[in-house]
Design a protein around this ligand. Structure first.
Ligand code: TYM
Length: 346
């Protein structure tokens, strides 16, 4: 029996090497995983467009970013003949199950989500003072319900497929915990005789790449503008690497600049890096030049594959359609099971 693996990426901007090393590389490794003792994984990879809708509220842009992300998945090596690649919005069971879960979770429970708390913190100073907002509820004026409800949709994504494993970066750990809690709550509320409807998923987070740093040393993130794009051209790689922050207060011990080194070790093993960094102590320009070469050599084949795939976007759309049919079958069967248990279907 294959284990079930599911993960997703939001189409909210250009994929970066933090997405890749933190999560997407594991997608490919686990899709290809075989060790003779297990049957490997049946993988579901999702374009989380409904999650992205919290941010991207322009039809043209959403269409473009969705196609871009489908190309990214295929270019890194997701094989649609083995893995199910689909768009979240194409499988309506995700939003339907979200509603069912909504009736089980409470407002204070969702208010503990990191992403929601971050959105609230962002608001309070400027907006609140400016608008003379008084009540606590009014202060939430700029936060849409989708942001609040985000973990519930993500729980539905995961639980619909009886997922065993969810490969993600550290920032998604809490969301997988929400999925586990919601599964338990549903099982406890509706299931009798110790038969559980939902399986408890496990996050898969690889320690060394749980938080990939950006060019300023903070977590690499679309919203911080500190990324190295996954399909960057040679020129874009040069620009990004030359902007890596190396001022004296971030120079590490022994003349090794951590902001360069921590990105470099994603591309080359540390045994190979030691002589290079020993030979170029404090020579940031030379180290950056070496890093540019290593990133470019690594990204080039994927970049070329992506350019090839882009020639025939109809084929990519066909892959998504096919993926939605396959995912939809599984998801609809699970939803029917749920609807029977909650009593809305005979
Ligand atoms: P998203 O689109 O923000 O990010 C996609 C994946 O990239 C990981 N990641 C990182 N990992 C390490 N270091 C970084 N600097 C870094 N930046 C991003 C994220 O942890 C993530 O694994 N909510 C999800 C999408 C989603 C999903 C799902 C994931 C929707 N439904 C169901 C798993 C299962 C998100 O916003 O990922």
């Amino acid at each position: 029996m294959k284990k079930i693996l599911l993960s997703g990426v939001k189409p909210t901007g250009i994929a970066h090497i933090g997405n890749y090393f933190g999560a997407m590389k594991q997608f490919v490794d686990l899709q290809d995983f075989q060790d003779g003792t297990s049957d490997g994984y049946q993988c579901y990879f999702m374009i989380a467009d409904y999650h992205g809708l919290n941010l991207i509220q322009n039809g043209e842009e959403m269409r473009r970013l969705t196609l871009d992300l489908a190309l990214d998945y295929l270019a890194i090596g997701i094989d649609p003949s083995r893995s199910i690649l689909f768009k979240q919005s194409d499988v309506s069971a995700h939003t339907e199950l979200t509603w069912i879960f909504d009736t089980l979770v409470t407002i204070p429970y969702l208010a503990r989500a990191h992403a929601f708390k971050a959105a609230v913190e962002k608001l309070t100073d400027a907006t609140v003072a400016q608008r003379h907002l008084s009540s606590k509820l009014e202060q939430l004026t700029d936060i849409n319900v989708g942001t609040f409800n985000y973990p519930v949709l993500m729980a539905a994504d995961i639980l619909l497929y009886d997922t065993d494993v969810v490969p993600v970066g550290q920032d998604q750990k809490q969301h997988v915990e929400y999925a586990r809690d919601i599964a338990l709550k549903f099982n406890h509320t509706f299931c009798r005789d110790s038969i559980s409807t939902f399986k408890l998923p496990e996050p898969l987070i690889i320690k060394d790449v749980a938080v990939v740093p950006g060019i300023d040393g903070r977590k690499m993130s679309k919203s911080y503008g500190n990324t190295i794009p996954l399909f960057a051209t040679r020129g874009e790689i040069e620009d990004a690497v030359m902007s890596i922050v190396t001022d004296s207060n971030v120079t590490g011990a022994g003349g090794i600049p951590p902001n360069i080194y921590n990105i470099h070790k994603l591309f080359k093993n540390e045994a190979d890096l030691t002589p290079l960094y020993d030979a170029h102590k404090g020579q940031y320009k030379a180290l950056k030049e070496a890093l540019i070469e290593d990133i470019d050599a690594f990204l080039k084949p994927m970049r070329e594959r992506r350019a090839q795939l882009k020639i025939n976007t109809d084929k990519v759309l066909e892959i998504l359609k096919n993926g939605a049919e396959r995912a939809g079958k599984q998801a609809d069967a699970k939803l029917l099971e749920v609807k029977k248990i909650i009593g809305v279907t005979p």
